[in-house]
Ligand binder design. Structure first.
Ligand SMILES: [Zn+2]
Ligand SMILES: [Zn+2]
Length: 111
């Protein structure tokens, strides 16, 4: 390890710092936006909408039968629908949100 120079060590340190900054940046961003919301007296989770869109059905309340496992063919179905073809895939109610498409915000309902 004697042949590593001081500048190489410094370069390694800077590289590590840059890497850390790159990884941490989205988290810092999320931290600031949530602290801004609470500074404005808004809910940190929903921004005072009092509801959170269902992650499974993307707020639509229904999902294509087969769900996430059929993601690839869902893309094809969407394409056909966009082209005006009738989709063969049945829409079923989203079980995660009971077809409402959203949940009440747990932060807001605490108050
Ligand atoms: Zn849902
Ligand atoms: Zn909320």
């Amino acid at each position: 390890m004697d042949n590593i120079t001081a500048s190489e060590v410094a370069g390694l340190g800077v590289g590590t710092l840059l890497l850390c900054a790159t990884i941490a940046a989205p988290k810092i961003d999320a931290f600031f936006s949530s602290s801004q919301r609470s500074a404005l007296g808004m809910c940190r989770r929903c921004g005072n909408l009092r509801r959170l869109a269902c992650s499974r059905c993307k707020g639509t309340g229904s999902v294509k039968e087969g769900g996430i496992l059929r993601l690839g063919s869902n893309l094809m179905d969407d394409l056909y629908e966009n082209l005006g073809y009738q989709s063969k895939v049945k829409q079923i109610s989203c079980v995660k949100c009971q077809a409402r498409g959203y949940f009440s915000c747990p932060e807001c309902s605490k108050q």
